[in-house]
Each structure stands twice: as C-alpha cells, then as structure tokens.
Design a protein around this ligand. Structure first.
Ligand code: NDP
Length: 245
C-alpha cells in the first residue's frame, strides 16, 4: 500500500498517466495530477479520484519549461512535504520520416519527452534525498529499444530516457531511491487512436498476445515498481504483450 506517500504523475489528464494516477490513489497515495494544456480534464481526473475516497490535486505545468517545473516541485514540497513517487509520463509525438523531419519536430519531442523528465527528476530527487526514500518511474517506450520508422525524434528521446534512468539509478541507489523505466508497446490511448487501421492491424500481428494493451496494464507495472520494487533499480520493464523479447 502507498498510504502516506505523495506521488507526482506528469501528464495525468488522460491516457496512461490518468490510469497511473487512479491506480496509485487507489493504493492510498496522495496523487498530484499534472497536466500541460488540459486543465479541465485533469480536474475531472482528480475529482473522480476524490469521489471514490482517494486523494488527488492538480498542478499544471509544461515539463519542458525548466523554471515552471522547478516552481511546481517547490510548491508541492511546500504544500505536502516533498515527493515520494515520481512518474515521468508526459509525452508527445511529432512523427515524420527522418528525411522530412523538421528541427522543430525533433526539438519539441526531445524537450518534453527527455528534457522534461530530466527537469522533474533533478528537482524531485532533491526532496527524496532528504527522506532517503524515493521511487522514480520513467515511462519510456519499446521504440526506445527497437527504433521505429517515422519516429527518429521519439526513439531518440525514449532511448535517452532509458540511459538517463540507468544513470540516475546508479547515482541515487545509496540514498534509498530506485529509478526504473516502464516501456509500453502499443497501448489504447489518444496517441495510438490516430493510427491508420492498416497500421493497427499490422502492429497486432507483431504482438504475441494479439491485442493493444490498456492504460491499466501499464499502471499495474508502475504500481508494482512503486509499492513492491525495493530491490529493483535501473531496469526497463516492457509492457507490450510480448512484442519485444
Ligand atoms: P496521451 O497523448 O494520451 O496523453 C499525454 C499526456 O501527457 C496528456 O495528459 C498531456 O497533457 C501530457 N503532456 C503532454 N505534453 C506535456 C508537457 N509538456 N507537460 C506536461 N504534460 C504534458 O499519451 P499516452 O497516454 O498514450 O502516453 C503517455 C506516455 O506513454 C508518453 O510518455 C508516451 O510516449 C508513452 N507511451 C505511450 C504508448 C502508447 O501506445 N500510447 C506506447 C509507448 C509509450 P495535456 O493534454 O494537458 O498537454
């Protein structure tokens, strides 16, 4: 159980982040539902958690913005005494074949998916050091392990996130802080709903379990790492129906 723990989930206004927020709250954590643009959706997520007896509040901030992210974590620390569990989930795609990809598409994905996680980890780890306890879980992607045509920016960011996870795991282990990554395959969210039917069918053919995952499948893995994974650090757990093994 996570009673008494404060969990920050970035990008929790929908999709995988929303499922993670619900799951951690169900396990007793006070959940900080972070969002960038979707204020109403984030408030609805927090409201639903509270309605079923959980604890959740919203904090808006673009994780790509260093000053805003540091200020958000300072505010959470002032209000709730620090962060015990950090889930770096916020992410975007700007897909394009590499030869056509613009610098703006490349930079936007790196700024949110990689640098955003750096900003939150650096600031949150400071609060965890004092407690000599922390669980950091970075939502990567199997694309960061295999590459994917049309996703040079996204694959670079997710591979970078895996490298940063392992580095942070080594740096923070002696302080009781574990750092792991969860690498989802194809999960049913807004991000994958826009894929053409033909690509979805092709993807299903590569998944031994024969279907896309649900956001809750990823949330279950995160919950395990947050609540049970005391002797697990620097690992990448693929939640992909067996697609990459
Ligand atoms: P969605 O597009 O459904 O949701 C993305 C979330 O991230 C939203 O809550 C959005 O909030 C938030 N967000 C985006 N940019 C920022 C930002 N700069 N600062 C703060 N929050 C931000 O995505 P998914 O739920 O599908 O994906 C969640 C994570 O899982 C991502 O990191 C993604 O790369 C990863 N993933 C997803 C897979 C999938 O198949 N769906 C597969 C592998 C990995 P707002 O609307 O307020 O901007």
């Amino acid at each position: 159980m996570l009673t008494g723990k404060v969990a920050l989930v970035t990008g929790a206004s929908r999709g995988i982040g929303c499922a993670i927020a619900r799951k951690l709250a169900k396990m007793g954590a006070l959940v900080i539902v972070n969002y960038n643009g979707s204020k109403e959706a984030a408030e609805a997520v927090a409201g639903e958690i509270c309605k079923v007896g959980g604890s959740a509040v919203t904090y808006g901030c673009d994780v790509a913005d260093e000053a805003a992210t540091t200020a958000m974590i300072a505010a959470i620390t002032k209000d709730y005494g620090g962060i015990d569990i950090l889930v770096n989930n916020a992410g975007i795609t700007r897909d394009n074949l590499m030869l056509r990809m613009t610098d703006a598409e490349f930079d936007a994905v790196l700024a949110t998916n990689l640098k955003g996680a750096f900003h939150t980890m650096r600031a949150a780890a400071k609060t965890m050091l004092k407690k000599r306890y922390g669980r950091i879980i970075n939502i990567a992607s199997v694309t960061g392990m295999t590459g994917n045509a049309g996703q040079a920016n996204y694959a670079a960011a997710k591979a970078g996130l895996i490298g940063m996870t392992k580095t942070a795991a080594r740096e923070l282990a002696s302080r009781g802080i574990t750092v792991n990554a969860v690498a989802p395959g194809f999960i049913e969210t807004d991000m994958t709903r826009k894929l053409p039917e033909e690509i979805r069918k092709k993807a299903c053919g590569q998944i031994p379990l024969g279907r896309f995952g649900q956001p809750e499948d990823v949330a279950d893995a995160v919950a395990f790492l947050a609540a049970e994974g005391a002797y697990l650090t620097g690992q990448v757990l693929a939640v992909d129906g067996g697609m990459v093994m």
